[in-house]
Design a protein around this ligand. Structure first.
Ligand code: MF3
Ligand code: CO
Ligand code: CO
Length: 262
């Protein structure tokens, strides 16, 4: 959102940041747990059930997506040309699919929100390419984050990298403030102009979660009311982290210990 809404951005206290660190780790742990099960033949309903049981019974936490505005599952699973908000179901993952799994956990009232791509079975050239470019876009966005930088710096860097690789950036969905609520101010656009928008300051917490398409940027929502797909049915990929602005840079609250920087 613009500077006009800077006063709505919640600057977290050290105590709140400590709570968000725990919630972020929970969300990251769910992805690592699921990664052992994401393979050819597994249904996304099975992954959803595994996530629900782990969050509720092991983590003593709450899956934020379940019943959020009526969303019927605990995680989002978005396959191939699905951009985001895919609903887990009875369809089995097949060889060459790419799938985004998006997990948001509420622990002691704090939210952690993260997603990543998985390549199923034997990777395809196009699948690997869009997963890699989207991952690079996330990290190039993270690289911009420090006090004094602007949201426009983040969006600009992400958009440039996508364009340089002949990919497009979905405009209708964006990153968001997170922590005490699922979606707080500001809106974090994955396109923009250097130097424009909110100036980042220590204690701000938000996600970066670029949705990058191999084809055109246009999307539509399926009749289920949730699943967002590319209009041209070309592949789409997304990666997401929850971040905190520190005095000197950025802390990634949902970092997985085994995540390789692209
Ligand atoms: N986790 C998503 C995000 O990154 C939001 C999912 S909302 C749901 O903001 F209802 F679809 F689960
Ligand atoms: Co998010
Ligand atoms: Co998310």
């Amino acid at each position: 959102m613009s500077d006009n809404n800077a006063d709505k951005v919640i600057i977290k206290t050290p105590e709140q940041l400590a709570g968000m660190r725990i919630a972020g780790k929970c969300a990251a742990d769910v992805l690592m747990m699921l990664s052992e099960h994401v393979r050819v033949g597994v249904t996304t309903d099975t992954l959803d059930k595994l996530a629900y049981d782990y969050i509720v019974n092991e983590q003593k936490a709450i899956p934020a997506c379940l019943n959020y505005k009526g969303f019927p599952r605990s995680i989002c699973t978005s396959i191939n040309h699905q951009v985001c908000h895919g609903i887990p179901g009875s369809k089995k993952l097949s060889d060459g699919d790419i799938v985004n799994i998006d997990v948001t956990v509420i622990k002691n009232g704090y939210f952690g929100d993260t997603s990543m791509m998985f390549e199923i079975g034997k990777p395809t050239i196009r699948g690997s390419r869009i997963c890699r470019i989207a991952h690079e876009c996330l990290w190039i966005g993270i690289d911009q984050v420090k006090p004094g930088a602007t949201l426009g710096d983040i969006g600009y860097a992400i958009e440039q990298h996508a364009k340089n690789n002949h990919c497009s950036v979905v405009q209708e969905y964006c990153g968001h403030g997170v922590g005490l609520e699922f979606h707080e101010e500001p809106h974090v656009m994955h396109y923009g102009k250097k130097g424009e928008g909110l100036v980042l300051a220590p204690g701000m917490t938000f996600t970066i979660e670029p949705m990058i398409n191999l084809g055109k940027k246009e999307i539509k929502i399926l009749p289920d009311g949730w699943t967002v797909v590319t209009k041209d049915r070309a592949l789409s990929a997304q990666w997401e982290h929850t971040l905190a602005i520190t005095e000197t840079g950025v802390e990634i609250l949902t970092l997985r210990p085994n995540e390789a920087r692209p």
